[in-house]
Ligand binder design. Sequence first.
Ligand SMILES: Cc1cc2nc3c(=O)[nH]c(=O)nc-3n(C[C@H](O)[C@H](O)[C@H](O)COP(=O)(O)OP(=O)(O)OC[C@H]3O[C@@H](n4cnc5c(N)ncnc54)[C@H](O)[C@@H]3O)c2cc1C
Length: 352
Amino acid sequence: MQIEQNIPLAPYTTLRIGGPARYFAQATTEADLIEAITFARTNDLPLFILGGGSNLLVSDAGFPGLVLQAALAPNALHIAPPINGEITYTVPAGYDWDAFVLATSQAGLTGIESLAGIPGMVGGSPVQNIGAYGQEVSQTISAVHALDLETLTPRTFSREDCGFAYRTSIFNSTHRNRYIITAVEFTFALAATPTLTYADLKKHFAATTNPTPLEIYEAVRAIRRTKGMLILPTDAEPDFRSAGSFFKNPIVPAATLNHIAVALSIAPEKIPHWPTGPHEIKLPAAWLIEQAGFPKGFTQGNAAISTCHTLALVNHSGQATCADLLALRDTITQKVQSLFEIPLHQEPVYLS
Ligand SMILES: Cc1cc2nc3c(=O)[nH]c(=O)nc-3n(C[C@H](O)[C@H](O)[C@H](O)COP(=O)(O)OP(=O)(O)OC[C@H]3O[C@@H](n4cnc5c(N)ncnc54)[C@H](O)[C@@H]3O)c2cc1C
């Protein structure tokens, strides 16, 4: 494995933003991982684990340590013989997420077909418990295999150990930077059939009975495309240079509805929200941003809100710096905070 120096990180991110990594290595085996970690330790360098760079904003100054891409065995997929009506796939961290979703959807398995079209690698999927169109990856993950960065020993986590919640796991909260995920196990019930819970999908299949996982996979990709939430092979489309949703949907006390209603002079019933607990609700960040005066296509300098999706901040010009993105983020969050007293939290990881 080669450890390279001063490698620009922008091409390794879907936003196409960011300065250089002082050192950069791509690990395809666990031996590579150990070699790279030892190099970082010996040279007293900070270490950052990179997947597909689709949930990442890199600073303009880059990263002064070692960026280690966990591209482990990208072509290998292990399928265990079915047992008790279930089938388990063990997928290496470097496997392309969407290719894995396609493989299971083609096999007629339900559980992750609504997560079609999410970019990145399988190793990144548990980190923020990716979710879309009514499914979360935590519903299908049965185990996560990782390398402990402190002890350099392997460790296996059950689903319960992972502490999954909305856009959260132990890997991006309590145990952030402690483990490199090396492989993920997904278990599917062979007799299960798809359940559609998401409005866009229900509408899409209004005239179809019992859509197959593969039909749902294809429908989700088609819907995502209309929303600028699909990475295409070409860089030509400005709305597609994003890190997906830039803001999480805020979870707030239910009483916040009254505050928003007063701020906008509307009835509380008119405010879209989902209950998440007895006294808590989740609000759509996109709606709050629009109500705060930021429509799709809003542009500030070289950065913009996607013309297809209010939650995606885009490098529409191809020339945006990290500073441009952060300035747009701050313009939006400050206005939402001052109008509704709701802090919006950034979803992509910031690397500096
Ligand atoms: C167009 C678009 C649409 C998107 N849609 C969605 C969506 O619908 N739902 C959703 O949840 N997300 C979405 N995302 C965000 C993103 O694709 C996911 O979070 C994805 O799982 C990130 O994986 P990655 O391999 O690119 O990770 P990276 O962006 O490279 O890394 C993200 C974080 O994970 C850590 N990480 C990555 N790999 C490993 C590993 N092997 N071990 C330990 N840590 C690791 C990194 O250190 C970093 O902290 C979207 C992004 C884009 C660009």
